[in-house]
Design a protein around this ligand. Structure first.
Ligand code: G1P
Ligand code: ZN
Length: 543
């Protein structure tokens, strides 16, 4: 065994996006591509001697070879110890949990989240810092700068390691510990939620369906729901992580989780349905013939936080990303706590959580979480809902309807136009930005524009500024349309258009969502010329 220095050339375009570096597998398989990025991460970290690194991924195609490479590179950079999930498996929230619990320097997550996997699918790599959360922009930018001039990397020539047997081995002077992928995470969940109450719920005949979408959360859900909480075998479907996610798109929304939605609409539907995404950080909550929007889910959990033992002390604040609906703001107001509005991406929540300014966080994109880790956490949200269902004894739909009756309903929808021509999408956003100064005061349909801007954010903790985080057109009554381009796609551009309007009157809470938002949808077309500019007459996905 010896440490080699290998000459290489820089690769263009290794700038991390909303959540790490994501590219097609074929790109990651080019000689030196992964190595250049990892070398740049280690360069940006500086002295790694004596430190601990956490390593794992969502099990998608290329996970195992990438882990072998990173282990050999970590050994060449003097890490004292790497904790790697058995079989290379660690969900994103589990990485966050393990980093925090074992006081690691940071961790590397191999995932492209909900993007399809397999030889023709996507792969991704993300660095998380010592608080367990995604590296902030200063760090990802420093990594990117290094990638642009990377001419060599250091790697041990050690042979492949057995990732499937739990235990400890060495590469060079570095200790490699293959750890149980679930244990630390399961312990944390048990400390937060009332497992006895949930167990009693299942004993009473409560039925649930959890769709693991053939991705990473299957082993976690099987161990916790069926193993520890006594849910009957078969509660978890698609529970084995597959390299290509069984050909499915592991993004939990009503469109992709069609099997679960069909089951929840059947005459003998279970009481509760849930799904998680490729790397286990997203969640979808479903009742009988009733989907809960992620924005509503955040608000409902915030309003009922006292049911969970880990949150009895109450909330310090709530964080939501700007495009997420304002439903949580109403709960925060009632609780007398702050609600922070941040740009899209979980990395913006880290400073607020570390500073003790918030406890719960959420994004409209099926992301919910809290200060227990520094990532969004799919199974955590599902367990929180189970805890709530167990304590309240009410069905999902009733809980949400009662919430709307108390706080009012924020009708909400997101329209995605996927894989559109990048230049056309950029031109659309440019034209929108140019039109912003003239919009205030204009009458559009039944609405009057209060203000229109391109969202800019100053982090209240570290003062860092992020601009161009989404064009928003906000009406006098608070209704709004937000336009932004995705930072996670790998094909062309994805235009996301978000719609929201508030309805206080409970008699008006049963309008189909798209109908309730039809006025705003027409205005978006009028303002942005979506169909002419993209050539698309309708969105690819509506959630
Ligand atoms: C999307 C979501 C965003 C989420 C991110 C990572 O990013 O919109 O809320 O944090 O995935 O899961 P986008 O593609 O919109 O940049
Ligand atoms: Zn994810």
């Amino acid at each position: 065994m010896s440490i080699q220095t290998v000459a290489t050339t820089p690769f263009a375009g290794q700038r991390p996006g909303t959540s790490g570096l994501r590219k097609k597998v074929a790109i990651f398989r080019q000689a030196g591509y992964l190595e250049n990025f990892v070398q740049s991460v280690f360069d940006a970290l500086g002295d790694c001697a004596g430190k601990t690194l956490v390593l794992g991924g969502d099990g998608r195609f290329h996970n195992r070879p990438a882990i072998q490479t990173i282990l050999r590179m970590a050994a060449a950079h003097g890490f004292a110890r790497v904790l790697v999930g058995q079989g290379g498996i660690l969900s994103t929230p589990a990485v966050s949990c393990v980093i925090r619990k074992h006081a690691a320097l940071g961790g590397i997550v191999l995932s492209a989240s909900h993007n399809p996997g397999g030889p023709d699918g996507d792969f991704g790599i993300k660095y998380n810092i010592g608080n367990g959360g995604p590296a902030p922009e200063q760090v990802t930018e420093a990594i990117f700068q290094r990638t642009e001039s990377q001419h060599q990397y250091r790697i041990s020539d050690a042979p492949e390691l057995d990732l499937d047997a739990i235990g400890s081995t060495r590469i060079e002077a570095m200790q490699v510990e293959v750890i149980d992928s679930v244990a630390d995470y399961a312990d944390l969940m048990q400390s937060l939620f009332d497992f006895d109450a949930i167990r009693a719920l299942f004993v009473g005949g409560f039925r649930m369906c959890f769709d693991g979408m053939s991705a990473v959360s299957g082993p976690y859900a099987s161990a916790i729901l069926e193993g520890q909480l006594g849910a009957p075998a078969g509660t978890v479907i698609n529970g084995v992580p597959l390299e290509d996610f069984g050909g499915h798109h592991p993004d939990p929304n009503p469109v992709n989780a069609a099997q679960l939605i069909a089951r929840m609409a059947a005459p003998d539907a279970p009481d509760f349905g849930a799904a998680s995404d490729g790397d286990g950080d997203r969640n979808m909550i479903v009742g009988r013939r009733f989907d809960v929007t992620p924005s509503d889910s955040l608000a409902v959990l915030a309003a009922n936080v006292g049911v969970a033992p880990g949150y009895r002390a109450g909330l310090k604040g709530i964080d939501r990303s700007m495009p997420t609906s304002c439903a949580a703001d109403r709960v925060a107001e009632a609780l007398g706590i702050p609600c922070h509005e941040t740009p899209t991406g979980w990395k913006f929540f880290g400073t607020l959580l570390d500073a003790g300014m918030a406890t719960l966080c959420g994004e409209e994109s099926y992301g919910t979480g809290s200060d227990h880790v520094r990532e969004k956490d799919g199974l955590w949200a599902v367990l929180f809902w189970l805890n709530l269902l167990a304590v309240s004894g009410k069905p999902v739909q009733q809980i949400v309807s009662e919430h709307w009756a108390r706080f009012g309903r924020n009708y909400y929808s997101r329209h995605d136009y996927e894989a559109v021509d990048s230049a056309a999408a950029a031109a659309l956003m440019e034209a929108l930005r140019a039109s912003l100064p003239a919009l205030a005061g204009q009458r559009l349909g039944q609405y009057t524009v209060d203000f229109a801007d391109d969202f800019a954010y100053t982090d209240p903790v570290d003062g860092s500024v992020s601009r161009q985080q989404g064009v928003r057109v906000v009406m006098a009554d608070g209704a709004r349309i937000v336009f932004r381009l995705s930072g996670t796609g790998t094909e062309g551009a994805t235009l996301r258009v978000y719609f929201e309007r508030y309805e206080a009157d409970a008699a008006q809470h049963s309008i189909p969502t798209q109908q309730a938002l039809a006025g705003l949808i027409a205005i978006a077309e009028q303002l942005a010329g979506i169909s002419t500019r993209t050539g698309r007459s309708s969105p690819t996905v509506i959630t």
